[in-house]
Ligand binder design. Structure first.
Ligand SMILES: CC(C)(COP(=O)(O)OP(=O)(O)OC[C@H]1O[C@@H](n2cnc3c(N)ncnc32)[C@H](O)[C@@H]1OP(=O)(O)O)[C@@H](O)C(=O)NCCC(=O)NCCS
Length: 134
């Protein structure tokens, strides 16, 4: 989506107030990978809607951690925290090739949204991972 759009969305969606509110929202679960010095290496947030469906809303790791396995570790923590939930879905924008490759190894593609319906006017894929029931 380009650096400018990404920065704008981040400014709107990732404000301290919004993230602080999410931490107290019982329908949202946040996951943080913290280094010994207190800096943040990675972060994820999964949310449940009224029907009980869970979406992985965010999975971001620091660029210095790309390829280290940290993202997979955080994802496993997300899965483990949702044992008993049938599945977890996510939306990934076409063009985000790295994330697409990462998710394709772990999720099934279940739907495609055209640009007119995707986030920020981008086509996207909806993926789902079936979780075994506890
Ligand atoms: C998405 C994200 C969490 C994945 O973590 P990661 O450590 O980069 O993932 P990995 O390195 O384990 O896997 C990425 C795969 O994509 C491959 N890849 C890298 N660049 C690629 C590209 N341009 N095109 C296709 N594949 C690519 C890598 O080789 C790797 O495959 P491999 O495991 O077979 O070697 C991380 O890249 C990230 O935080 N991205 C920014 C935030 C983001 O886009 N989040 C997802 C929003 S839905």
């Amino acid at each position: 989506m380009g650096a400018e759009t990404a920065a704008r969305i981040s400014e709107e969606d990732h404000t301290l107030q919004r993230i602080a509110a999410e931490l107290t929202d019982t329908n949202k679960m946040s996951f943080l990978a913290e280094r010994p010095d207190g800096s943040i290496a990675g972060y994820a947030m999964a949310k449940m809607n009224e029907a009980g469906d869970v979406m992985l809303d965010r999975l971001h790791i620091d660029q210095s951690e790309y390829g280290t396995g940290l993202a997979a570790n955080i994802l496993h923590a997300v899965f483990a925290a949702h044992s008993g939930i049938p599945s977890i879905a996510l939306e990934v924008l076409e063009g985000n090739d790295r994330a697409m490759a990462f998710y394709r190894k772990r999720f099934e593609v279940v739907d495609r949204r055209a640009a007119s319906h995707g986030a920020e006017g981008h086509a996207s894929l909806i993926m789902r991972k079936l979780l075994s029931r506890a």
